[in-house]
Design a protein around this ligand. Structure first.
Ligand SMILES: *Cc1c(COP(=O)(O)O)cnc(C)c1O
Length: 453
């Protein structure tokens, strides 16, 4: 099949995610047909190579076509591709869980499997609510979530979402939540300065709790980075203080580490920066280095033991599961991924790369449309503004991100925009030289679209 035929058939038969399909009528918006991947590069059918600066939607950590991961998949296919997970179990699931819980220092103790981040969040919400019911608090049925939060696309995770563009239209279908303000330090909703504020924005959470804590089941957060809401970053101190609030008002802390887990922030999980332990944690992206769909919801003995009983009526059972719960192929990869990262001594391995990004981001500083430069570990973002002094944002209609993305493709990098941010969430194996190259490409693309005049 030639390229033209591929494109026509794609258009004829496929509905892509997060995409206004009519935009494909425009020649320059046609999807790129990727044929293969190796390391940090993706290659299209014309032989053009692109740096995968977004880790194929933030999942790929070890690069494409990693030999050891590929081998783990193949070896597992020779033994067992799948088996149901109620009444049955298997070695990859057991070995992974044991190693994973050990790496969490046995602070979180039980692993519940599903196969994508949204579902890991659904599981967390159902688990939290049922826990409250079993504790005799059935009136605790409302969750607190933050403005600008993103927790996935299923209805439960959309209910706790806070990005109007993705979530607003579904409002009539969603359950009730309370929304606290976003810790958006660059555009602080309380007009504070990050250096001196002591996380004053937490008052917004406490005000809800003061009034309604008897009806609140828990609060869900994205730790350190509100990623899909615009790469909004906030200090670990916020989470440390939030943990105290949760304890004081007797609500659960649900930590959605789907994007930040598996060393994205430089530590295994982002909550470690805050020196706390959440009650429930969700993880997905990065769990299989980007090779297989898998997610986990992990929790404490306290929550697990509340469900653990003779249960003659069945109401203490956790009724949730999927055809592919604990999919063995995915688990064999997740286990191999943990082993590889341990052998790489990944925390140390990432330090010079994080420092290199810090250094290379400086070239954006003086550009007239760069409002803010943000970094948390291996997550970097440059927020573009119309006016540096007033912080006036570009409007959606300006399509700045889209234009930079198209320039980036020409220059050999996938710079999928996030609102008005250029961001880098690369595979961990990117070299310091490649970090320089990638940031140079992004800077060139920026100057092409928004030149100095
Ligand atoms: C991506 C993401 C999700 C949803 O994960 P999917 O696997 O895409 O369903 C949930 N929470 C956060 C913080 C995410 O970034």
């Amino acid at each position: 099949m030639n390229k033209q035929q591929f494109i026509e058939d794609d258009f004829k038969y496929i509905w892509h995610p997060f995409t206004q399909m009519k935009s494909f009528e425009n020649e320059k918006n046609k999807p790129v047909i990727i044929k293969s991947g190796k390391g940090i590069y993706l290659e299209d059918i014309d032989g053009n190579k692109y740096i995968d600066a977004v880790s194929s939607w933030w999942v790929n950590t070890l690069g494409h076509s990693n030999d050891r991961i590929n081998k783990a998949i193949y070896e597992q296919t020779k033994k067992l591709e799948h088996v149901l997970f109620a009444g049955f179990t298997h070695e990859p699931a057991i070995e992974f869980s044991k190693k994973f819980i050990q790496k969490l220092n046995n602070k979180l103790t039980k692993v519940f499997f599903s196969d994508n981040g949204s579902t890991a969040v659904e599981v967390a919400l159902k688990m939290a609510y049922q826990y409250q019911v079993l504790k005799g608090h059935s009136e605790k049925r409302i969750f607190i979530a933050l403005q600008n939060s993103y927790h996935g696309d299923t209805l439960g995770s959309v209910s706790v979402g806070g990005v109007d563009m993705y979530h607003k239209i579904y409002k009539p279908l969603l359950f009730e939540i309370r929304q606290a303000i976003s810790p958006y330090c660059y555009r602080c909703p309380m007009n504070c300065n990050k250096e001196t504020c002591n996380c004053k924005c937490l008052e917004s959470v406490e005000n809800i709790l003061k009034k309604e804590s008897t009806q609140i089941a828990g609060i869900i957060i994205e730790p350190l980075v509100q990623a899909a809401g615009g790469m909004i970053m906030y200090p670990a101190e916020y989470i440390t203080k939030l943990r105290k609030l949760c304890d004081r008002y007797n609500i659960l802390l649900i930590d959605d580490e789907v994007a930040m887990g598996f060393y994205r922030t430089g530590k295994f999980f982002a909550y470690e920066h805050a020196g706390i332990v959440p009650d429930i944690m969700c993880a997905a992206k990065g769990i299989t280095a980007g090779y297989m769909p898998l997610s986990v919801t992990v929790t404490t003995d306290e929550i697990y033991n509340t469900f653990y009983d003779e249960d003659k009526e069945g109401y203490k059972t956790f009724y949730h599961g999927h055809s592919y719960t604990a999919y063995p192929l995915a688990l064999s990869v997740a286990l191999e991924n943990l082993k590889i990262m341990d052998e790489m001594n990944i925390e140390e391995y990432l330090k010079p790369k994080i420092a290199k990004f810090t250094k290379e981001l400086e070239k954006f500083r003086n550009h007239k449309n760069v409002g803010d430069i943000r970094q948390t570990g291996m997550v970097c973002a440059v927020e573009l503004v119309k006016d540096k002094r007033t912080k006036e944002p570009f409007s959606y209609k300006d399509g700045i991100g889209e234009k930079i993305y198209l320039e980036g493709l020409k220059l050999g990098a996938i710079l999928r925009p996030m609102w008005n941010c250029i961001y880098f969430i690369t595979p961990y194996i990117i070299t310091e030289e490649e970090i320089k190259e990638l940031t140079n490409i992004a800077f060139k693309a920026l100057n092409k679209v928004l030149p100095y005049d």
